[in-house]
Design a protein around this ligand. Sequence first.
Ligand SMILES: C[S@@+](CC[C@H](N)C(=O)[O-])C[C@H]1O[C@@H](n2cnc3c(N)ncnc32)[C@H](O)[C@@H]1O
Length: 292
Amino acid sequence: MEPPTQTPDQPYRTQPVSFVRRGSRLQGRRREAWDELAEDFLLDLPHVHGSDTSVAPDFVLDLHAAFGRPAPLIIEVGSGLGEAIAHAAAHDPDRNYLALEVYRPGLAQTMLRISQEQLTNVRTAQVDAAAAFAGMIPAGAAAEVWTFFPDPWHKARHHKRRLVKEDYVERVARVLEPGGVFRLATDWSSYAVQMRAVLDASGHFDNLHDGERSGERSPLTQVWESGVETVVGGAPVREGKDPVSTGNTGVNEGVDLVGGWAPRFDGRIPTSFENKALEAGRMVFDLAYRRR
Ligand SMILES: C[S@@+](CC[C@H](N)C(=O)[O-])C[C@H]1O[C@@H](n2cnc3c(N)ncnc32)[C@H](O)[C@@H]1O
């Protein structure tokens, strides 16, 4: 049976959300995957206000029941097509992996991967991660939270929609156990700078690579020198009508003396999304912070 299509979820929200409604209809193999695999791999969440990305504020997930065993928990937010989480879970069978994603076709594709690779340690949930982290995920339950390539929301007037900002970082701090690790990646320098600033200011985290890759070794310095982000889709960025925020994307911005960039995380395999960024010549910024 075709699952219900998404319905507007703005009325109950007080904050702008980090995602847009993309096609939620499932076709072909993905539709079959949803019908056949959701019972085993998709968490059945109580939604509110008819929105299938919401979760009832008083609902708390029973992780032991969801996975059928107690084990350290890794949560990937915005897991897309499931490439990274399926790969990581296959190489790390002793830990539980939870994919939080709002995009239904992506979740169907993720469930297909889980099934094809016969993984027993992955579950998925269609939910806004910011809402899930407010209550659904028990406090201190996660050993790691990953947020790789969140939607960049380029235009300055859209920056408020970026996922990684103060309130999200507070919620990640809530779900991580003491000593737990928050890993992030982005291919846009302006968002990378925002992530680093918000995390450094939060008071809940220590940068695992504080001061590393500064100066000429900083990917930020390299982006500024190359000016690669001043051309998007083959067209130069234009002030006023900029397709990307011109903050921290210009040529000769100087040298990044702060650094703090992590080496590429081994568990993060290149996704098709990252590959497109690399083909366009952009750099990837990794960050890793430990919960105090
Ligand atoms: C640019 S894609 C990157 C996907 C994947 N991480 C990768 O590297 O291929 C960002 C993903 O985050 C999802 N997303 C955005 N906001 C979200 C939220 N609040 N909760 C869960 N997923 C979200 C989007 O639906 C999209 O699939």
